[in-house]
Write a new protein. Sequence first.
Length: 117
Amino acid sequence: MTLGPEAEKGSPYERIYSVVARIPPGRVATYGQVARLAGISNGARQVGYALAALCPGNRLPWHRVVNARGAISMRNSGAVVEQRFRLEKEGIRLRPGGNVDLQSCRWDGGDRKGRDR
């Protein structure tokens, strides 16, 4: 898997990418949740930086990470369209306001094989 240049072994970016890789299809996690699971306190913004640093064509499911309101937080309109497409392809429906129902779609950080609640 081609990641970003900051993904050195044991680095915060590597820990972030490891957590994101575990989010199962049909589930989402928030930036803050990914940071907590990666052991980075107050690291939601760092998660955003790590995902923005990914190399094009990587296979990491970056699209499964949303903000605390369940909304897509991309600055690039093309990436917003891509994230929405990928989420909907996995069966995640966005509300009319453009956010995900976190109560029904949030991953709990458990084993990726199950439909975690």
